[in-house]
Design a protein. Structure first.
Length: 195
């Protein structure tokens, strides 16, 4: 017999993460600041409303907030997210011991703190040691931050460079990051455990 029901709601982290990084504490605050229709925006973020219309074009509100967040369609949505979801929340039943594991506030807070420190250290390191282009290529190649993993060909199309040139940029960026001091900084921040 199960003791509790947990409701899981789908939300697009690729959109929420950049909003939070801009300093907005909620979708409502973001929508008020940019004069966007809140319920419609929420529907797109949780997948209830597909970001693409019937004719395959992006909805105007999606174009607006992608421009605000400085994201491409590929960075903001997976193929499934572009189609939208028929069901965007699920309820599961759990017993008390499972619930306690899920809601252990100390462990969850520690994990969040480690993730935040590692993400911050990684971003600082990438900005400090790499050119902006190398940083972007590396983030796209390995899916660092809110960006999904891309192939060399996809990155090449984005930068209008050949696959081989992108491979060279990735290798050059990795070589720069293999510096002993850089690695020590990342390991100290907990990157080994997180990644």
């Amino acid at each position: 017999m199960k003791d509790y029901r947990i409701k899981i709601t789908i939300r697009n982290e690729r959109l929420l993460y950049p909003m939070e990084n801009m300093g907005y504490k909620s979708v409502a605050e973001f929508c008020r600041f940019y004069d966007l229709e809140e319920n419609y925006t929420r529907g797109i973020i949780n997948g209830a409303i597909p970001p693409v219309g019937k004719h395959g074009d992006l909805r105007p509100v999606v174009k607006t907030f992608l421009k605000i967040l400085n994201l491409s369609v590929d960075d903001a949505f997976t193929k499934n997210q572009l189609k939208g979801f028929k069901k965007n929340s699920f309820t599961i039943k759990v017993d008390e011991t499972q619930l306690l594991k899920l809601t252990n506030p100390i462990k969850n807070q520690e994990q969040k703190l480690i993730e935040k420190q590692v993400t911050s250290a990684l971003s600082e390191t990438l900005v400090k040691y790499l050119t902006p282009r190398e940083e972007r290529v590396l983030r796209m190649r390995f899916g660092l931050g809110p960006i999904k993993t891309h192939t060399l060909d996809e990155i090449g199309e984005n930068f209008l460079l050949s696959r081989e040139r992108i491979r060279q940029l990735v290798l050059r960026a990795i070589k720069k990051l293999k510096n002993c001091n850089v690695l020590k900084h990342l390991i100290k921040a907990g990157a080994k455990e997180y990644y």
